[in-house]
Design a protein around this ligand. Structure first.
Ligand code: UD1
Ligand code: MG
Length: 456
């Protein structure tokens, strides 16, 4: 059966009080509209169309070629929004799955179950419904004495009896396209909000003797619509727990799920432990047997196995296997940390590669550098990479030893097995196996302090 998804995302989202279109706000690390798009694709829809309006160009630019888009110039209501897709769907037959860009918690399984229910029943329309403890704000599903759906009534238009109903319209529907357009052209904006309500066609289909079914969401929390920042935080909480439960089911330990934040696209290997205060963002991938946290933030980091990190911020970089990182480390973009490397306390590494078994133990800045394997960088070493106009590189050969509190003024290279004396400011290359000392020679002046200066 031909199935097309239509995502309504033109609304301004006034209650968000934002400069940005509502559907581009992220939940679970992914913009809401993309959460919805992924779910309807996984559910097996063959085409996806997004109705954009407020901030439409920004949404279109974000969506790119992930879906078709159509512009709704004026936001005259959900029924009017669906009509904007009519020109794109001329002659299309089958099922139109209509959903909202601000309902990001509905799973692909629920979309699939709704589509199956609709296609098996042969109904003209099937509504996804939910029984909510507090239905305020949602459209209510009104049924007759025989339990059949009769219509949907919006909060602002309902009578007291209608508003007492707890079964709500999730804003998600399947429609048989052969009847849809004709019905939509018949709706009016004669209601409390002066809008063309998509929900009106339910009552119209019923009065024409067509079958309308309802399919209850397996978990009402999936149907949460995000209209405010508070609801967005609620959605975030649901997605966060969903992701952590998935990771735990796959063999990851999470010490405190209430205090661990993992974006949708992050992967974590078996027997890795996530300690409290861990924030894993973007396309971060973590291998097996790692200990992450407490207090680690990683954004787009590729990590191997058996790494231990605490109190660290790393972004757009790679950490291979068996590393001891932290506390208080900052890895900046384009950094590759080799195997069995030790970094921390208080270290910054930027745009650099660090070879296997190297130690960067305390209080250093390594920027724009290629550091070999088996190197020891003494406490307080600085690569002086910037001359005020451009950045220069520093090369440090395998097994070199850089003494504490040294400045390596780039461009400069330290040879393999070379030594740099503590406190040196190195401005010229150091050959392999050499010792370089670049500091003033110590001079002791005996008797500098006269006895009477402190005996008075
Ligand atoms: C809608 C339903 C309500 C349901 C609720 C579920 C109607 C009339 N009401 O109400 O029964 O319980 O969703 O969350 O449909 N949009 C457009 N263009 C417009 C207007 C809206 O694209 O002109 C989009 C919005 O961006 C949003 C979606 O349609 O993604 C729903 O609109 P919204 O204004 O949030 O409707 P609700 O009042 O929540
Ligand atoms: Mg809404």
């Amino acid at each position: 059966m031909n199935t097309i998804a239509l995502i309504l995302a033109a609304g301004k989202g006034t209650r968000m009080k934002s400069k940005f279109p509502k559907v581009l706000h992220k939940v679970g690390g992914v913009p809401m509209v993309e959460q919805v798009l992924r779910a309807v694709k996984t559910a097996g829809t063959q085409r996806q169309i997004i109705v954009v309006g407020y901030g439409g160009e920004t949404v279109q630019a974000y969506v790119g070629n992930q879906a078709e888009t159509v512009m709704q110039q004026e936001q005259l209501g959900t029924g009017h929004a669906v009509l904007q897709a009519e020109p794109l769907l001329q002659g299309a037959q089958g099922t139109l799955l209509v959903t909202c860009g601000d309902t990001p918690l509905v799973t692909a399984d629920t979309f699939k179950a709704l589509l199956d229910c609709h296609q098996k029943s042969g109904a003209a329309a099937t509504i996804l419904t939910a029984i909510l403890p507090d239905p305020t704000g949602y459209g209510r599903v009104i049924r007759n004495a025989a339990g059949q759906v009769v219509k949907i009534v919006e909060q602002k238009d309902g009578t007291a009896d209608e508003l007492a109903v707890h079964e709500v319209n999730a804003g998600i529907y399947c429609f048989d396209m052969s009847l849809l357009w004709q019905m939509l052209h018949g709706i009016t904006n004669d209601n409390a909000q002066g809008e063309y309500y998509l929900t009106d066609i339910i009552g119209m289909l019923v009065s024409e003797g067509k079958i309308v079914s309802a399919f209850a969401a397996p978990d009402y929390k999936e149907t949460l619509g995000v209209n405010s920042r508070a609801q967005m935080a609620e959605a975030e909480g649901v997605l966060r727990l969903r992701k952590l439960n998935q990771l735990m089911a796959e063999g990851v330990s999470v010490i405190d799920p209430g205090n661990t934040y993992v974006d949708a696209d992050v992967t974590v290997g078996r027997d890795t432990v996530l300690y409290p205060g861990t924030v894993l963002e973007g396309h971060t991938t973590i291998g097996e047997d790692c200990q992450i946290g407490p207090y680690v933030r990683m954004t787009n980091v590729k990590m191997g196995n058996q790494d231990h990190l605490q109190f660290t911020y790393a972004h757009d970089c790679e950490i291979k296997n068996g590393c001891e990182i932290g506390p208080f480390v900052h890895f900046r973009p384009n950094t590759v940390i080799g195997n069995n490397v030790k970094v921390g306390n208080y270290m910054e590494v930027k745009n650099s590669s660090v070879g296997d078994g190297t130690k960067l133990p305390h209080l250093s800045y390594i920027g724009d550098s290629d550091v070999g394997g088996g190197v020891n960088i003494g406490c307080g070493t600085i690569t002086v990479n910037y001359d005020g106009k451009i950045k220069h590189r520093t090369t440090i050969g395998n097994h070199a030893f850089v003494g504490c509190n040294s400045n390596l003024v780039a461009p400069v290279s330290i040879g393999e097995y070379a030594y740099v004396g503590a406190g040196s400011t190195i401005t010229k290359n150091v050959p392999d196996k050499a010792l370089s000392v670049a500091r003033a020679r110590q001079r002791n002046i005996e008797g500098w302090v006269k006895d009477d200066t402190y005996k008075k």
